[in-house]
Each structure stands twice: as structure tokens, then as C-alpha cells.
Design a protein around this ligand. Structure first.
Ligand code: BG6
Length: 503
């Protein structure tokens, strides 16, 4: 999957070089890569923004943010070395003068031409994306003699519906071909998410049982303790289905349930993911959305003994907002491998804890001669993505000291695998993949399109039926109906259970 090499010389141009994303993710990611000696030999990073008039002021503000946000990684000496990679240009993204200056700047780089080995990273509000791409074209900055360059990186949200995403994609693709576009879904940079395909296809014992005959249900969960922070303007238009399910949860779903690819090339993996996402709009569970969808919104309350405002009291949110901060969905994949297996997705803010995990519950069966009062627990595979990383497997064993009592035990690979410790953060992985041109960690337009199709069906139902989000208490497990979604099927949410790794 990862066999491409990094070019020696590379120009990274960050539109929005002083924004939140640059400060909290991109610059820290690049800095950590520098400390790991993993940057291209001749890298030049140009930050573009309007906030500062000098390079010194820009560098100082980045150093301040780094010390505040990531004090554990900052040290003066390496920062002083690293900052020689950074440059700054004051620019208004809507005006031609800035692009003229940029053209000159890129052509003046030693034996370089504008667009060659150049990556434009749009770390701005999405409203700027079409403006910037068009201006890059008008100013002859979007073409290079070498195929695959220049690259364009876009952060989510990629539209608010299928229609807006299509429009948006059309505008971008008029300027940059699909192979040069890198759509970020930062979950694909997470170590354990990258591990899903390896686990599935490098272990003989999984593939033969990875289907409806052996798997009872799958749960994909990404819960958060934090609220919407200061992102009210964006979040109120989005909500949990668009913000988390359309992107991160459906990408995880595709990796867990896609068919085996023809080979491990980016193209083959992408094709399988697309095929899987394409089946979602035919999910039998869409026939009765009312029964299979729960949306919620957090009230005011306390978390860690601190009082927190309700969603409707957050900054930039209207006091009667109906935006969902929680969503749980039950879906079924309409294909031969998965027909009938329920898949439960859950995400929400201001919940009990931060937890990103995938649970694969196998069917429970046991020898009738194992005379037990209670049926043994089902085998369970847990892929732990965040905050801990690793894999656990629950299986049944003899209770020590007893004659024939059966007890579930947990085999936890996380603690025994030193290589899984201190794993690089998602953005470091994504930056390296971007430099190398590894498209497999980025989402293809077709994936985005099919994910929107599914989310639009849910959203249209919510709007047509004026479905109101159910209120839930901060620090809880979410709305009561989310419990019923599983208990009704005789199941439970595994992320809400305590597992004792020592058993
Ligand atoms: C982002 C969403 O894509 O992912 C945020 O816009 C969310 O609302 C974040 O908080 C969660 O990411 P992570 O890596 O902390 O699980």
C-alpha cells in the first residue's frame, strides 16, 4: 500500500496559514515530522494570510501557539532549526495582486517553476475554496509539466448535501483533475484505522468468518466529551450526521465491511470502498427511518464538576436550534456478505467519554453439553482507535478454580505491542502520505458522493417530518432512545460496558 517515495524538493503553500487548523494541526504536525527527521530534504512552507505583516510576527505567533497547545513537544533549539523551513506572505485570497505576488514567489524559488512539486493546502473556510482554485487557474498556478502536480488539499466540510458537494466538486475539478485533489478525512490518518485492512487481510482467521454467517452485529462509535467549542457558526449548519457520520463513521464502515480488493493498490482499495458506500442508499433500514434513527441535542448540565451550557445557549447558536449533536443509526448492508447483519453507528458531543472504537460481535453458540445457567458471552473483537490504540478480543475460557464454569476473558494486544505506543498523530501520517502522493489515505469524490446520498436520505426524512432532537444530559450516554435502538433487538452498546482486561 505504501511504496511511494517522497520528492526531495517540495513547496507547501498554506492558504489560511494563521488559522486554527494551521496552528493546531498542520504546523505541529510538520514540526513533529521535522523532529522525527521525516520531512522532504528541501521543503519550503509558505503561509498565506492577512493577519500579520511580517515573517517575524508570524513565526512568533506560531511558536506561541505551539507552546500553549503542545508544550510537551516544544523545545527552543529544534524550533529555531525548524522555523527556517517557514516563510510568510500577506495576502487577500480574493484579490489578484496576491496571486501575482505568489506567482513571482514560486518562480523565484531556486530552479523552480510555479506549480512544480507544489502543494496548495486550503486551510480556510470552505467559502474560499472555489475562489482560490479559480484564481490559481487565472494566474497560471494550477498547471505543471509533471503529471500529478500541483496538488490541492481540501479540508472538510465538503458541501452540506449531495447537491452542494456536486457543485463544489464541479468547480474544483474544472481546475484540478481528481488525481491531484486530496480530500482530507483525518480519521484515515489514525493508526488503528489504517490497521483495519491489515488486520482483515493479513490474518487468515478473520476473513473466512467476516460475514453474516458468523457476525451478529457491528458497532462503530465515536463519542466526545467536549461540546462544539467556538465552532457554532459551522456546526449549527452541519449537525452530527453531516459533521461526523457522512465522513468519519462511513469511512470506518467502508473499511470494515468492504470486499477484499483485487490488490492492495490505492485504486483497488478505493474501488471497494466506493462499491460498499454505493449500497447504503439501498439499505433496507431506510424503509423505516423513524425506527432506525435517533437524534439528540445536549442540555445544560455539569461535566467533571464544571457547569456547561446547553447546545442552544452556545455562542452563535439560536435559542430554538434543532441541530442534532448526537446521532445513532441502525443500518443494514444489502449484499451477499452482510445481508441481515445490523450495523449500529453512534456519535455525539458532551457524552460520558471520548471513545472511538469498532466492535465486531460474533454469533454466540456453544456446545449444549457445556451445561451453563447462562449462555456464555459472545466473542467480541474491539478495535480501539482513540484514546487508547490497540485490539482486544473477548473469548470464553474456564473460570480458574472452578470445574466447568465459563467466563469471558479479554486478550488485549495494546499493552503487549510496543510498536503501537507513541504512534504518530493523524495529521503527521496524512502529511507524509500527501508528500508521497499516497491517495489511499484521502477520500475519492465517488466515496464522498455516495456518503452524501445516504446522509441526504436521513436528513430529508428529519426535515420532512420535523423530527426534533431528543434532549440529553451532558456526561451521559446520550438520549434514552439510543438505548432502545439496541435493547429492542436484544443487544447493548458495547462502548458503555466496562471491560476488565485482567480477567
Ligand atoms: C472533526 C469534526 O472532523 O472531527 C469535529 O468536525 C470532531 O466536530 C472531530 O470533534 C473529532 O475528531 P477526533 O480525531 O478528536 O475524534
Amino acid at each position: 500500500m505504501k511504496n511511494k517515495t517522497m520528492p526531495e524538493k517540495l513547496q507547501l503553500v498554506i492558504f489560511g496559514g494563521t488559522g486554527d487548523l494551521s496552528r493546531t494541526k498542520l504546523i505541529p504536525g510538520l514540526y513533529k515530522l521535522y523532529k522525527r527527521d521525516s520531512l522532504p530534504e528541501q521543503l519550503s512552507v509558505l503561509g498565506l494570510a492577512r493577519s500579520f505583516s511580517s515573517l517575524e510576527a508570524y513565526l512568533q505567533s506560531l511558536a506561541d501557539s505551539l507552546q500553549q497547545e503542545n508544550p510537551e513537544i516544544y523545545d527552543q533549539q529544534s524550533w529555531d532549526e525548524f522555523k527556517s523551513y517557514l516563510d510568510y506572505m500577506e495576502m487577500d485570497f480574493t484579490e489578484d495582486t496576491g496571486y501575482n505576488k505568489l506567482y513571482k514567489y514560486l518562480n523565484n524559488q531556486e530552479d523552480n517553476q510555479a506549480g512544480q512539486h507544489c502543494i496548495y493546502y486550503l486551510a480556510t473556510s470552505p467559502d474560499f475554496f472555489p475562489i482560490i482554485t479559480n484564481k490559481l487557474k487565472e494566474h497560471r498556478l494550477s498547471k505543471s509539466k509533471e503529471a500529478g502536480w500541483p496538488r490541492l488539499v481540501i479540508e472538510k466540510p465538503f458541501g452540506y448535501s449531495l447537491e452542494s458537494a456536486r457543485k463544489f466538486n464541479f468547480q474544483i475539478c474544472k481546475v484540478f483533475p481528481e488525481e491531484n485533489v486530496y480530500r482530507i478525512d483525518h480519521y484515515l490518518g489514525k493508526e488503528m484505522i489504517q490497521n483495519i485492512l491489515i488486520m482483515r487481510f493479513a490474518n487468515m482467521f478473520f476473513e473466512p468468518i467476516w460475514n453474516k454467517h458468523y457476525i451478529d452485529n457491528i458497532q462503530i462509535v465515536s463519542t466526545e466529551k467536549k461540546g462544539i467549542k467556538n465552532r457554532g457558526k459551522y456546526y449549527d449548519k452541519a449537525g452530527a450526521l453531516r459533521d461526523m457520520v457522512q465522513s468519519h463513521l462511513l469511512q470506518m464502515l467502508a473499511l470494515v465491511t468492504m470486499e477484499s480488493p483485487a490488490d492492495m493498490s490505492t485504486e483497488s482499495i478505493r474501488q471497494e470502498k466506493i462499491k460498499l458506500l454505493k449500497t447504503l442508499a439501498q439499505s433496507p433500514s431506510l424503509v423505516n427511518i423513524k425506527k432506525n434513527l435517533v437524534i439528540g441535542q445536549y442540555k445544560s448540565g455539569t461535566i467533571d464538576k464544571k457547569s456547561v451550557p446547553g447546545y442552544q445557549e452556545e455562542k452563535n447558536i439560536s435559542s430554538n436550534s434543532m441541530t442534532e449533536t448526537f446521532a445513532a443509526v441502525k443500518l443494514k448492508i444489502n449484499n451477499l456478505r452482510w445481508g441481515g447483519v445490523p450495523i449500529y453507528l453512534k456519535t455525539g458531543k458532551r457524552l460520558k467519554e471520548k471513545n472511538v472504537k469498532i466492535f465486531v460481535q460474533f454469533k454466540a453458540d456453544f456446545h449444549p453439553g457445556l451445561n451453563q445457567d447462562k449462555a456464555p458471552e459472545a466473542n467480541l473483537l474491539i478495535i480501539k482507535i482513540q484514546p487508547e490504540e490497540g485490539v482486544s478480543l473477548q473469548f470464553n475460557a474456564k473460570e480458574p478454580g472452578s470445574q466447568d464454569r465459563i467466563t469471558p476473558v479479554l486478550m488485549d494486544f495494546c499493552q503487549q505491542a510496543p510498536d503501537l505506543q507513541n504512534t504518530p498523530e493523524a495529521y503527521e501520517e496524512l502529511l507524509v502520505a500527501l508528500f508521497k502522493g499516497e491517495q489511499s489515505l484521502f477520500t475519492h469524490w465517488e466515496s464522498v458522493q455516495h456518503s452524501w446520498l445516504y446522509i441526504d436520505i436521513l436528513r430529508n426524512y428529519i426535515e420532512a417530518n420535523r423530527l426534533e432532537p431528543e434532549k440529553y444530559t451532558p456526561g451521559s450516554n446520550g438520549p434514552v432512545s439510543a438505548q432502545e435502538l439496541l435493547t429492542r433487538d436484544g443487544r447493548r452498546w458495547w462502548d458503555e460496558e466496562e471491560f476488565d482486561a485482567s480477567t
